[in-house]
Design a protein. Structure first.
Length: 213
């Protein structure tokens, strides 16, 4: 989390629409049942993803990194009628947990879970995506970007989470750690890629919006 004034942060949370009951339960159960609940998008970022998806009205969304399914449900809320969200998760212990909440959300038929390493699964997908959300292993962000790029339509979008990585990107001493290096390399790769326009927002841990020209 970036060091936003805690009172401002609280004000933002208090004045953002409440989670629906399914997301609230998923948030609670993720905190009770998982070791790293902070990986869940949560109320404000979830709303952000939902709003962006509602603006784009995508037919096909790809999410890399399902975890317990919170961001998948938020993104799926913006899908075009009959659209689908494909979400990839490497940890098969999370698949059933997330599936239960996809069912509760009423979107089980629109959310397709893919189990395995995104780096193996992405090349096998014969789908044109309107929106891709990258939120898995930080050291692998550049690989996901390169693998998925040709599968995104012109005028399509990538959203990448954690691109400020708790501000470790600013610390010389952190550049040797693989996650920080991965985020630094990814941000440079995108910035230098003239096939896209990009913007880094300081929402939560940093979110990149990338538009494929
Ligand atoms: C930060 S969490 C995702 C959080 C989720 N998007 C949300 O906001 O609720 C990252 C997830 O990516 C998964 N992951 C890590 N490396 C992966 C890979 N190579 N392929 C697919 N999933 C991966 C992890 O197991 C973890 O559940």
């Amino acid at each position: 989390m970036l060091p936003v004034n805690p009172l401002t942060e609280k004000y933002i949370i208090d004045h953002t629409s409440e989670e629906d009951p399914v997301l609230a339960e998923l948030n609670r159960r993720t905190h009770l049942n998982t070791v790293h609940p902070q990986m869940l998008a949560g109320k404000t970022q979830g709303r952000f993803l939902e709003m962006i998806s509602r603006m784009i009205v995508p037919e096909n969304i790809l999410e890399i990194g399902t975890f317990t399914g919170y961001s998948a449900i938020c993104l799926a809320k913006g899908l075009k009628k009959n659209g689908h969200l494909y979400t990839i998760e490497i940890n098969d212990e999370l698949i059933t947990f997330a599936a239960g909440f996809f069912k509760k959300s009423g979107m089980a038929d629109r959310i397709i879970q893919l189990s395995g390493d995104a780096r193996n699964i992405i090349p096998s997908l014969d789908i044109v995506f309107d929106l891709v959300f990258i939120d898995a292993e930080k050291s692998e962000y550049s690989e996901y970007y390169k693998l998925v790029f040709e599968k995104i339509r012109h005028g399509g979008w990538i959203i990448a989470d954690n691109v400020l990585w708790g501000e470790k990107i600013l610390e010389d001493s952190a550049q040797g750690d693989t996650s920080t290096r991965g985020i630094l390399d990814f941000n440079d790769l995108v910035y230098k890629d003239n096939r896209v326009d990009n913007l880094i927002l300081s929402i939560r841990d940093g979110v990149a919006l990338i538009y494929k020209k």
